[in-house]
Design a protein around this ligand. Structure first.
Ligand SMILES: Cc1cc2nc3c(=O)[nH]c(=O)nc-3n(C[C@H](O)[C@H](O)[C@H](O)COP(=O)(O)OP(=O)(O)OC[C@H]3O[C@@H](n4cnc5c(N)ncnc54)[C@H](O)[C@@H]3O)c2cc1C
Length: 548
């Protein structure tokens, strides 16, 4: 299939749907296309609803400046001022837009939004109560007249002279090869949820949406864009065995965390680092305790957990015979992920969502705007759309290099032909890759350990020819392994480059155990070396936006 569109959006999750609707609002005549790997009404991190919009600066109550103080603490100073400030500044108008679309933000008796404190400073988290959020977004996309191509995985961007002209991929069910030429392209395809292995061993049993396998990082990297924050692989204590979140929902409502000795763990705010420390001291397992809460509070927590966020939890607790009124909820430390939403990993972007490549924008978890969560996905979905609409007015469709298209089609076809006789299942191969990531690419780190992963990397890439591929769904899994390997390679190079320890456990190097602000208040930026074909690493100063 050959398509031409003004604005191509890769990924129909939170950022992608918002970008599509706003692009059509800004210019109804513009042709806008979303290519989505799954099915847009349920794909991505939201899937159903979310219990909160994590960052909202309410006029007269909090300020973007206060948010920046908080963000600086969370990132330990590795944060560019302008994109995060822009997100905070636009967060309230995002809330108002969502309200207009029928999304419910509960209020108290005095008609104030219910806000909770999860940041070091300021109550920025606003409760949200709409289990059908993703359906609403998908409906808005449809009503706006956006062309949606579901069940299609993008495997390569069309690039020429540092400018992006669209992308290529294939339908996961039929195998149809798709070339989409575009004047502007917005990457909105999430982080890398499938990084190290979850403790359950289930490949897709991850906290974050498992359809995001570092696709966007790899696509941008291979096209020549700059990326950053890859040394920050992170994990959160989650509900043991089901790997669902509940810290924000319970701890902000009076729950406590206790260790195996029944001692309460001191949490300054919702500090995952303090919980991880307790586990390292050998005082695990750790538990959420709620038996001191009122019946009303427990019911509130149950309602949120069992309706808005992940309703499957209701069945899970019933099967285990656990009632929050008496029983403790065991937390487990599980997989590490790379993410620009819950973490600080991603494509380098400025406050206009521009990447370092012309015609390419990035929004949401794929972009590095540290800890931007859902707010950032929506705000930068809007921003990327506004900027892309302005950009496409100035240009015409570029001349696309036909050889790039032929090469990609041949590459995919040759995997299908060659790998029919492969001997290793795609699942087994992914298991091995991710087990090796667990062995060598996550904390505690040191140079010898990290380099062991680099020893494995070319072997994995070579041995991929032994993966058995019998249909196009398996071909998409093959491509995802390629994206996971690229993400891991970037992460290991960044971790080797940052010769200090920072962010508590998340970048703890036993060979450089101290934090070194004098030399390391810098970004580690990564880029594909055009001549060498290898990862190039640069140290780039922080943009403090005029602050000290
Ligand atoms: C369990 C959980 C709970 C959360 N709770 C909250 C909360 O309460 N409040 C809050 O503020 N934040 C929360 N977050 C964070 C927030 O949901 C994310 O930051 C945000 O949704 C990310 O949006 P996104 O568009 O970047 O990614 P997603 O919404 O995940 O969308 C990415 C899309 O890209 C598609 N895709 C991936 N690769 C390709 C490819 N190669 N080709 C085509 N399509 C592709 C995927 O299928 C997916 O649909 C939560 C996250 C999780 C995982």
């Amino acid at each position: 299939m050959d398509i031409e569109t003004d604005i191509l959006i890769i990924g129909g999750g939170s950022a992608g749907t918002m970008a599509a609707v706003v692009a059509k609002e800004q210019n109804p005549a513009a042709d806008v296309t979303i290519i989505e790997k799954g099915e847009i009404s349920r794909s991505g991190s939201i899937a159903m609803g979310m219990d909160a919009l994590n960052i909202v600066v309410q006029p007269g109550i909090t300020t973007p400046e206060l948010y920046m103080k908080s963000a600086k603490i969370a990132t330990e100073g590795i944060l560019d001022y302008k994109p995060s400030y822009a997100m905070a500044e636009r967060s309230y108008s995002i809330l108002k837009r969502l309200e207009e679309w029928g999304i419910r933000f509960p209020k108290d008796e005095e008609n104030n939004y219910i806000s909770l404190q999860v940041h070091a400073k300021g109550s920025f988290l606003l409760e949200m109560d709409s289990p059908d959020l993703k359906l609403v977004l998908a409906k808005k996309v449809k009503e706006a007249g956006v062309n949606v191509i579901n069940r299609t995985i993008v495997t390569k961007l069309l690039v020429k002279n540092n400018q992006i002209y669209g992308a290529m991929g294939f339908n996961i069910r039929t195998g149809e090869f798709i070339v989409c030429k575009a004047k502007a392209t917005i990457l909105a395809n999430g982080g890398c949820a499938r990084f190290s292995l979850p403790n359950s061993g289930y490949l897709h049993g991850t906290f974050d949406y498992p359809g995001n396998a570092g696709d966007g990082y790899s696509l941008a990297y291979r096209a020549g864009a700059q990326l950053t924050g890859f040394e920050f692989a992170q994990c959160s204590p989650l509900i043991k065995d089901i790997n669902c979140p509940l810290l924000y929902i319970t701890l902000t409502r009076g729950a406590e965390v206790v260790n195996a000795h029944g001692e309460t763990i001191d949490l300054e705010y919702v500090s995952t680092q303090n919980m991880l420390k307790e586990l390292r001291k050998g005082k695990g397992p750790i538990f959420i305790k709620m038996n001191h809460l009122s019946e009303e509070r427990i019911q509130e927590i149950e309602r949120i957990l069992f309706t808005v966020e992940r309703p499957i939890q209701k069945k899970f607790w019933e099967n285990r015979g656990i009632d929050f009124r008496q029983g403790l909820i065991e937390l487990g430390e599980t997989e590490y992920q790379l993410c620009g939403g819950h973490g600080m990993t991603g494509i380098v972007v400025n406050e206009k969502a521009e990447t370092t490549l012309k015609g390419l924008y990035a929004a949401g978890d794929v972009a590095c705007v540290p800890f931007q969560h859902l707010t950032g996905a929506f705000v930068f979905g809007e921003v990327a759309a506004e900027e892309a609409v302005k950009f496409v007015k100035k240009i015409d469709f570029g001349e696309v290099d036909k050889s790039l298209i032929n090469e990609e089609e041949r590459r995919l076809q040759s995997i299908m032909d060659r790998n029919k006789i492969g001997t290793i299942s795609v699942q087994e191969f992914e298991y091995k890759v991710r087990r090796t990531i667990s062995d060598y690419a996550i904390p505690p780190k040191n140079a010898t350990k990290l380099k062991r992963f680099l020893w494995w990397l070319p072997r994995f890439r070579e041995e991929m020819k032994d993966i058995q591929i019998t249909d196009h769904h398996e071909l998409s899994k093959f491509e995802e392994i390629r994206f996971i390997l690229d993400s891991a390679e970037l992460s290991v190079h960044a971790s080797l480059a940052r010769e200090e320890s920072r962010w508590g456990w998340f970048h703890y190097r036993t060979d450089f155990p101290e934090k070194d602000d004098k030399n390391w208040l810098k970004h580690v930026v990564l880029e594909l070396g055009l001549k060498s074909g290898e990862v190039q690493t640069y140290l780039v100063p922080i943009d403090k936006g005029g602050e000290n």
